[in-house]
Design a protein around this ligand. Sequence first.
Ligand SMILES: *[C@@H]1O[C@H](CO)[C@@H](O)[C@H](O)[C@H]1NC(C)=O
Ligand SMILES: *[C@@H]1O[C@H](CO)[C@@H](O)[C@H](O)[C@H]1NC(C)=O
Ligand SMILES: *[C@@H]1O[C@H](CO)[C@@H](O)[C@H](O)[C@H]1NC(C)=O
Ligand SMILES: *[C@@H]1O[C@H](CO)[C@@H](O)[C@H](O)[C@H]1NC(C)=O
Ligand SMILES: *[C@@H]1O[C@H](CO)[C@@H](O)[C@H](O)[C@H]1NC(C)=O
Ligand SMILES: *[C@@H]1O[C@H](CO)[C@@H](O)[C@H](O)[C@H]1NC(C)=O
Ligand SMILES: *[C@@H]1O[C@H](CO)[C@@H](O)[C@H](O)[C@H]1NC(C)=O
Ligand SMILES: *[C@@H]1O[C@H](CO)[C@@H](O)[C@H](O)[C@H]1NC(C)=O
Length: 611
Amino acid sequence: MCGISCVLSLSPSQLVLDKNIHKNLRKRGPNYSENITKTASSPYYQCLFSAHVLHMRGCLTPQPAQDSNGNVLMWNGEVFSGLTVRLDENDTDVLCYHFSAYNSPTDILSVLANIRGPWAFIYYQQTGPYLWFGRDFFGRRSLLWHYDTEKKTFTLTSVAACLAAHSQWQEVPAVGVYRIDLRAFAESGSLTFEVYPWIHAGESLSSVSHKSKWEAIPNNTSAVMNISGLSLTSPVCPMNMSIPLLSKDVEHSKISQASVEELEVLLESGRRKIVVNSLINVLSEAVRRRVQCLPFDTQIPSPPKSNEAAIAILFSGGIDSMVLAALADRHIPSDKPIDLLNVAFKLPEPKIQESAKKGRKQKAKSADSQTDVADSLEYSPFNVPDRITGRAGLQELIVLNPERRWNFVEINVTQKELHEMRQKHICHLVHPLDTVLDDSIGCAVWFAARGIGLIAEGNGKRGFTSSAKVVLTGIGADEQLAGYSRHRVRFKTSGHEGLVQELAMELDRISTRNLGRDDRIIGDHGKEARFPYLDEDVVCFLNSLPVAEKADLSLSRGVGEKLILRLVAKQLGLGASALLPKRAMQFGSRIAKMENSHEKASDKCTRLLTT
Ligand SMILES: *[C@@H]1O[C@H](CO)[C@@H](O)[C@H](O)[C@H]1NC(C)=O
Ligand SMILES: *[C@@H]1O[C@H](CO)[C@@H](O)[C@H](O)[C@H]1NC(C)=O
Ligand SMILES: *[C@@H]1O[C@H](CO)[C@@H](O)[C@H](O)[C@H]1NC(C)=O
Ligand SMILES: *[C@@H]1O[C@H](CO)[C@@H](O)[C@H](O)[C@H]1NC(C)=O
Ligand SMILES: *[C@@H]1O[C@H](CO)[C@@H](O)[C@H](O)[C@H]1NC(C)=O
Ligand SMILES: *[C@@H]1O[C@H](CO)[C@@H](O)[C@H](O)[C@H]1NC(C)=O
Ligand SMILES: *[C@@H]1O[C@H](CO)[C@@H](O)[C@H](O)[C@H]1NC(C)=O
Ligand SMILES: *[C@@H]1O[C@H](CO)[C@@H](O)[C@H](O)[C@H]1NC(C)=O
């Protein structure tokens, strides 16, 4: 993970990067910072490249990376496969080499299209000269842009700062790779992006469905698709839009209510078992790649302190995070701990000082907990639904692997701290997104990923700070497997056809909804977010399945949505967590309760504005 930024200007005044932006970039990449400037005289332009590196693997590679021909690469990504990067190599250098050795647009695009893993990059190509930039197919790494018409200054950056009125940052749409012809810009004074869009294999350029998205460019700039028809081939196959012919499956009659036994009944079907095992294989491999590419792999002289975890998981105890934990367990040696980050926002104190017992009962009930764990707990204002399911999930993981130290990190956040951190840091990271939902999730993920909380020790608890540099998150499971309540609504009104269209649309917009934001939020701690459910092979596998195999919304809540993942959980030996209904993070962590409960999730959030 790195913070990268580039300022391109036709004005001769000295290039500066806003101080706050520089500070935010630095937090993403605390291990190495460097600026490089490139200028040309006739026609005149100048370019500042500012890179901030978080050291993840191989030897630390300084960025901006330069080759002997004067090309400059800034790479904020991970190559998990698709391009050979040996264990002792660093992916930045390997890419830099590829880009300079094979430098035609076709070559550059084909290298990028082959990469499996998240990325955002900026590349200055001396021959041309050109400025290339873009984000991976899903948009798993953030990149923002802004064009100042008056100063004729164009800026790209991983993270910005929310500076009152004039900050007009936008996320670079993850629809392809962009190229600026610097000479043409300098001569004409008008900024044009050439867009090389992502398309599915076999699809024609003219059918690029997200045309409206790639036209979402800064004011006073324009975009053209190259007439030569160059594009990037999508790393995933298109979604299987077929819908079941039979409206009712026989097996439904057997399913009355949510229970683990019912899942067993469903698993008896041979076809289902094959599909479930295939998903386990592909998801397990996705997790393996994400937990094994770590900084210490090659640092023989300094292995990590064995009592510190290298991997943390954003952990609510819900099915998405439980499956990730169970699979991570397969690939991380048992003597290494895993940090489970569980965030809770303080519940309002009960109004009357009723007996603690009564308060406790009510809490347990409102949390619709399926376990009786809550009953064994003292009342605490931090016993929010995700805390309760998190503890229950922890017990299941302990049963799964009693040898491992599972650090269940209780992260308690008070209103005071929330307000302080939102104003100081979080609002800048969420920007340019701005809704109530962005605020809730942004804040919840920021505190969770920071990893400062308490863990159990003996009969008490002690302060704990997670040192894991990699944070796994379950994002993508609900979007692909119909986990949200809106999926049920859609299914009720327009059946499988409507549902499958909804799923396709949600996968398409996941970068603008979530990924850029989550990357900026988690990156702020000098940690790297990794998204196993958005691994290319996982998405490709899920896309190939007809919708009815992923979810069956004619079954009850807690079974039907994300059905295939519940069966995976069952097969992996998990218990009651396999049947928890979806609870969105803003409710599970109770952050939504802390603020004005009358707002809608899609409203603009006034708390995010800086004063
Ligand atoms: C890079 O440039 C920024 C702003 O222009 C400056 O604040 C910062 O100190 C520079 N960093 C380095 C490593 O030179
Ligand atoms: C990178 O920076 C972080 C934060 O300052 C520090 O904890 C870590 O040890 C550094 N890593 C290396 C390999 O220098
Ligand atoms: C990065 O990897 C390249 C290729 O393996 C290697 O030559 C180079 O020394 C590495 N960079 C650093 C700073 O170690
Ligand atoms: C673009 O221009 C319109 C009209 O002047 C303005 O409302 C909008 O905020 C601008 N958008 C950006 C991102 O600058
Ligand atoms: C820039 O765009 C805005 C809004 O789209 C428009 O009002 C303005 O005239 C444009 N300025 C220039 C110099 O083209
Ligand atoms: C399209 O790309 C080719 C190859 O890079 C280039 O020669 C040509 O000028 C581009 N066309 C446009 C309209 O930019
Ligand atoms: C944090 O919350 C838990 C309940 O989930 C509670 O047991 C613990 O005492 C709280 N710690 C602090 C410091 O508030
Ligand atoms: C979609 O699923 C159906 C039913 O399993 C299968 O027959 C068909 O080949 C799939 N189509 C694609 C494009 O994968």
